[in-house]
Design a protein around this ligand. Structure first.
Ligand SMILES: Cc1ncc(COP(=O)(O)O)c(C=O)c1O
Length: 403
C-alpha cells in the first residue's frame, strides 16, 4: 500500500478521534523512524513516551519472538512463569513498600484501578485531583482529568472527584474532608504543559496525606521508567506514594498498565472485585522483563538525566534567539517549550524537517524522545526546531492577521 491508500483506509474506517499528522510510519530503530516513502525522522515523541527504549530494541524483539513461540495468552486465574518473573523484577525497582501490583493494559486502566482501590481501602468516596491534570479518558480516569474539552461532552462523570489549584499544598490541605479517600497527582504534569512543581510541594503533599490519613496516589504514567532522570519521578523529591500508576514504556511498546500499591492497601481488593482479561499476559510480561533489564543494563535513567540537561540547555539557547518562545521547562528527557502562540504550525514544520515532536496543550511543544537518543540526534532535533521556529516567526511577522 502506498501513502495515500493507507491514509484513505484509516480515514474511512477508524474513529476520527485522533489529531492526525500527515505522515505514515512503517519502521523504527532506536530513536529513528522511517515513513512509508523511506524518509528518516528523529523521534522526539516516542509514541507519547512509550518507546523509551527506542524502537524495536533487539532485546525486546528477541523476548517477544521467543515468548510468542512458547505461550502468548494465559488468564491470570492460572499461574505463569513470565508473569511471576516480571512482577518480581518490577517490585524490585519500585520505591520501597510498593510491592503489590495489579496488571492491566493502559494508563487509564492503571488510574481506574487506583480510584477503586482508594475507595475500597478507605471506605471513603472522595478523590482530590488538581486543575490541569491528565489521567486518561475512560470514565473514571476522565473524572480526574481536568481539561473541559475532554470532560464536557461526557457529563455527568463519577461524583466526588474535586480539583484544586496545582502546585500549592495548602489547597490540598484545605480540600481534604472526612470523606476524602485519596489525593491523586502527577509528579510533573505532562499533558498539562510539562509543569514541574516547586521544590517542597510533593514532600508537603506527602506529609499532609500522612497526617490526615489520606492515600497519596501518584500517576507516574509519563514520569516513570527513567524519563525524568530517576527511575520514578517521585524519587526526584524523595517521596514515596501509597499507590502508583504506571504504563507506557513498561513492556517495550506492548500495551500495559500497572497499579502498584502498599501491601495493606492492595490487599483490601478481594477476589473478583477487579480484573481484566488480558491482565499479565505472558507475551506482555516477557517484553516487560526485557524492558526492565535494558533499563538497568543501559543505565537509561542516568542517560536521561545527562542527555536531558544537554537538550534543555540547547532549547534554552533557542529561547534566547526566538522571541516566540516563552519558557523552557522539564526534567530529564521530559521537556516542554512554551510558545506565545498555538504550537501546531511549529509541530508540522518540524515534522517536515524530519523531526517528530508532540504538543502538550495548545501552546507547549513537548519532547519525550527515546531515552537512548544520542547527542547528534538531539542536535538534529534542535536544528529542525530552530528552523521551524524561524519560519513560524517570519510567517507571523509578515501576516496581516492579528494573533
Ligand atoms: C499522566 C498520565 N496518566 C494517564 C494517562 C493515560 O494513559 P493511556 O493513554 O495509556 O490510557 C496518560 C497518557 O498520556 C498520562 O500521561
Amino acid at each position: 500500500m502506498n501513502e495515500k491508500q493507507i491514509i484513505d483506509i484509516e480515514t474511512r474506517y477508524l474513529a476520527n478521534v485522533f489529531s492526525k499528522k500527515p505522515v505514515v510510519f512503517t519502521k523504527g530503530k532506536g530513536a529513528l523512524l522511517w515513513d512509508v516513502n523511506g524518509r528518516e525522522y528523529v523521534d522526539c515523541a516516542s509514541s507519547y513516551g512509550v518507546a523509551a527504549l527506542g524502537h524495536c530494541h533487539p532485546k525486546i524483539v528477541a523476548a517477544v519472538k521467543a515468548q510468542a513461540e512458547q505461550l502468548i495468552t494465559c488468564h491470570s486465574c492460572y499461574y505463569n512463569d513470565k508473569r511471576a518473573e516480571f512482577i518480581e523484577k518490577l517490585v524490585k525497582i519500585t520505591p520501597r513498600g510498593l510491592d503489590k501490583a495489579f496488571l492491566s493494559n493502559s494508563g487509564a486502566e492503571s488510574v481506574e484501578c487506583a480510584i477503586k482501590l482508594a475507595r475500597k481501602a478507605t471506605g471513603k468516596p472522595e478523590i482530590i485531583a488538581v486543575m490541569g491534570a491528565f489521567h486518561g479518558k475512560t470514565m473514571g480516569a476522565l473524572s480526574a482529568t481536568w481539561d473541559k474539552k475532554y470532560r464536557e461532552p461526557f457529563l455527568p462523570l463519577i461524583p466526588e472527584i474535586k480539583h484544586v489549584a496545582p502546585d500549592n499544598a495548602d489547597k490540598i490541605r484545605e480540600a481534604i474532608t472526612d470523606k476524602t479517600a485519596a489525593v491523586l497527582i502527577e509528579p510533573i504534569r505532562g499533558e498539562g504543559g510539562i509543569r514541574v512543581p516547586p521544590d517542597g510541594y510533593l514532600q508537603a503533599v506527602r506529609e499532609i496525606c500522612s497526617q490526615k490519613d489520606v492515600l497519596l496516589i501518584l500517576d507516574e504514567v509519563q514520569t516513570s521508567f527513567g524519563r525524568t532522570g530517576k527511575l520514578f519521578g517521585c524519587q526526584n523529591w524523595g517521596v514515596t506514594p501509597d499507590v502508583m500508576c504506571l504504563a507506557k514504556p513498561f513492556a517495550g511498546g506492548l500495551p500495559i498498565g500497572i497499579t502498584v500499591a502498599k501491601e495493606d492497601v492492595m490487599s483490601t481488593l478481594k477476589v473478583g472485585e477487579h480484573s481484566t482479561t488480558f491482565s499479565g499476559s505472558p507475551l506482555v510480561c516477557a517484553a516487560g522483563c526485557a524492558s526492565i533489564d535494558v533499563l538497568q543494563e543501559e543505565k537509561l535513567a542516568d542517560r536521561a538525566a545527562s542527555n536531558g540537561k544537554y537538550f534543555k540547555a540547547e532549547l534554552e539557547a533557542l529561547a534566547l534567539k526566538h522571541k516566540i518562545i516563552k519558557e523552557i521547562r522539564g526534567l530529564g528527557l521530559m521537556l516542554g517549550m512554551e510558545l506565545r502562540y498555538d504550537v501546531l504550525g511549529v509541530i508540522l514544520k518540524t515534522l517536515g524537517k524530519g523531526v517528530v515532536v508532540l504538543d502538550a496543550g495548545r501552546t507547549v511543544v513537548r519532547l519525550l524522545p527515546p531515552l537512548v537518543i544520542s547527542k547528534e540526534q538531539i542536535d538534529k532535533a534542535v536544528a529542525a526546531l530552530d528552523a521551524a521556529l524561524g519560519e513560524e516567526e517570519h510567517e507571523r511577522a509578515s501576516s496581516t492577521v492579528p494573533n
